[in-house]
Design a protein around this ligand. Structure first.
Ligand SMILES: [Zn+2]
Length: 174
């Protein structure tokens, strides 16, 4: 038997109403007891995302349970499937959480291997702390998280262009 992703089986334990916001499929938990995010707020949060990035999002889930392995987590995306999950505690930081997760999707689905290597070298150049990481795995996660945050800051219009000019140029070209 194929081993199932625990996060996915948890997601599938619940029932959803399927809606569409800006052509993105939104799976809204039928049990809304914990959900504070409104569809209006979700619509507004998606306004800063260009259409060619919106089309990378297969599904956004608004779930009524909290992340099991880390209660602090406000959002995540599932590997391979690229579904974005928004937990109830993301409501106060909806735009930030959602845009960060979309940043991960842009990395996974839009960037080619060459671009990922390019971003890695830009990080080494402009964020020397990248080299302080203990091992490859830790450094890789650091680069991924910084990509998602660079994407977020760029979309919010608060990216520090003077401090990280090449990363800015890279992100703005996507
Ligand atoms: Zn992240």
């Amino acid at each position: 038997m194929k081993e199932e992703n625990p996060e996915l089986s948890l997601l599938n334990k619940h029932e959803y109403d399927i809606l569409e916001i800006k052509s993105v499929k939104v799976y809204l938990s039928k049990d809304r007891s914990e959900i504070k995010i409104t569809l209006n707020e979700l619509n507004t949060a998606l306004e800063i995302i260009p259409p060619n990035h919106l089309s990378l999002i297969p599904r956004i889930y608004l779930v009524n349970y909290f992340c099991q392995d880390c209660i602090e987590t406000k959002g995540r995306h599932l590997a391979v499937l690229n579904y974005i999950i928004l937990y109830p505690n993301s409501s106060d930081k909806l735009t930030e959480v959602l845009t960060h997760e979309i940043g991960h999707l842009v990395w996974d689905k839009k960037l080619g291997p060459q671009q990922r290597i390019e971003f890695y070298y830009l990080m080494l150049k402009e964020v020397p702390a990248t080299l302080d990481k203990n091992d490859e795995q830790e450094r890789y996660i650091f680069v991924l998280e910084n990509f998602a945050n660079s994407y977020l800051f760029y979309r919010l219009g608060i990216f520090d262009q003077k401090r990280y000019p090449k990363i800015y140029q890279f992100i703005s070209s996507l």
